[in-house]
Design a protein around this ligand. Structure first.
Ligand SMILES: Cc1ncc(COP(=O)(O)O)c(C=O)c1O
Length: 390
């Protein structure tokens, strides 16, 4: 798949191929430079309304009882929205742990008074379905959180199967998905898979600079919020404040609770238009092909992935163990000298032992850029310099 290509208008810069932020298109960066505009002007209301409508398409959502949100903040703010609105102090949450980000989500829920049970997979693996089923049978959980792709390990969870299991065993439990490293690269059928809230951030596969908390909440989740016994436990991260604002903007009516980041919303609309200009299935397939290429090249270099189970490996990133005798400080600066920025490890238990490659967005979809020809060559040469011959 090739997006229309023209010489980039961007200043020369190192290729950022980490698991977010990713490279941005010229059109998105131009939208970030939109001159000042009132957040209640007809022009901006139109843009925000269109962005919220297109957001639904990214989640294959047509059920209007659900609502999309785009709010100044970051991916992390989505956790606060969940913890402050969908669970009340003293209620139980089940957190499925496939890496670093589950610990943080669990800490966020605890901060708002939720009681967390974590089911931890061995590093690089997923939690077995039987364990999820037996945990659900032991007590009533208000919600279950699943990290769709844990950015610290590259493990991909099967949210479709997990959601079906949760619905079968505990129909009222809300299914919450952290899609920060998956929305825009992995298939997510919000309505068909009966999900309750998927949260994300723009700087990964959505291809927009950081600065937004983006999520979609189901009608069921909104009803759970509306029937809370206690008020939401956050002022800013409150469905009570933001739900009418998002509904109004989507209906193209100006509305105010807190000033929206006008330029970021312009950039979101620009990116969503680009993403949705081809069928999403083609976008997912292009990412899957690139992921296969990177993972098989890494294997041909004699290197092992952190995510060990076939079929449960992310398509937008790859986490790779270093070979014996090569350290991160010996590798990453050599790759950087070749103009490519990769990421080090993040999972606390193995942080110094692996590195991460992000393969999301325009670097993948624009064949003419050859970003990964450059990256794979740089990795091979840098390992050679560090004394490991691929
Ligand atoms: C899976 C996952 N969840 C949540 C976050 C937090 O997002 P942010 O850094 O935008 O707050 C990240 C960030 O990388 C992430 O990868």
């Amino acid at each position: 798949m090739t997006n229309s290509h023209k010489p980039s208008a961007q200043a020369e810069h190192p290729l950022t191929l980490i698991p977010g932020p990713v490279e941005f298109t010229d059109e998105v960066l131009a939208a970030m430079a939109t001159p000042s505009q009132s957040h209640v002007s007809p022009q901006f209301v139109e843009v925000f309304g269109d962005a919220l409508a297109l957001l639904r398409q990214l989640f294959f959502n047509t059920d209007k009882s659900a609502q999309g949100f785009a709010i100044a903040g970051a991916g992390t703010l989505g956790w606060d929205f969940v913890a402050a609105n969908l669970i009340e102090p003293g209620e139980e949450a089940l957190v499925l742990h496939t890496g670093y980000f589950a610990d943080s989500f669990a800490e966020c829920i605890t901060t708002y008074g939720g009681k967390v049970t974590q089911l931890k997979a061995p590093i690089g693996d997923v939690v077995p379905l039987e364990d999820v089923e037996s945990a659900l049978m032991q007590k009533k959980f208000k919600l279950v959180t699943i990290t769709h792709v844990d950015t610290s390990t590259g493990v991909l969870s099967d949210i479709k199967t997990l959601s079906a299991l949760i619905r079968k065993v505990s129909p009222e439990t809300l299914v919450i998905v952290d899609g920060v490293c998956s929305v825009g690269v992995e298939e997510i059928r919000f309505d068909d898979w009966d999900l309750d809230l998927v949260l994300t951030a723009p700087q990964k596969a959505i291809g927009v600079p950081a600065g937004l908390s983006i999520f979609i909440a189901s009608g069921r989740a909104i009803d759970v919020f509306k029937t809370r016994k206690s008020p939401p436990t956050s002022y800013y991260a409150s469905f009570a404040k933001w739900l009418p604002i998002m509904q109004n903007y989507e209906a193209k009516k100006p509305s105010y609770f807190s000033t929206p980041p006008v330029q970021n919303i312009h950039a979101l609309l620009a990116s969503l238009k680009q993403i949705l200009s081809v069928p999403l299935e083609d976008r997912f397939a292009a990412h899957a092909r690139m992921s296969d290429r990177i993972k098989s090249t890494i294997a041909s270099y004699g290197l092992k992935q952190v995510a060990i189970r076939e079929g449960y490996q992310a398509h937008g990133m790859t986490a790779v163990y270093l070979p014996e005798g090569v350290t991160l400080p010996e590798l990453l600066p050599r790759i950087a000298k070749r103009g490519i920025v990769l990421a080090g490890g993040l999972h606390k238990a193995i942080a110094t032992k692996y590195f991460r490659i992000g393969h999301m967005g325009v670097s993948v979809t624009d064949d003419d850029r050859h970003d990964f020809d450059k990256a794979l060559a740089a990795i091979k040469e840098s390992f050679g310099e560090a004394g490991y011959i691929c």
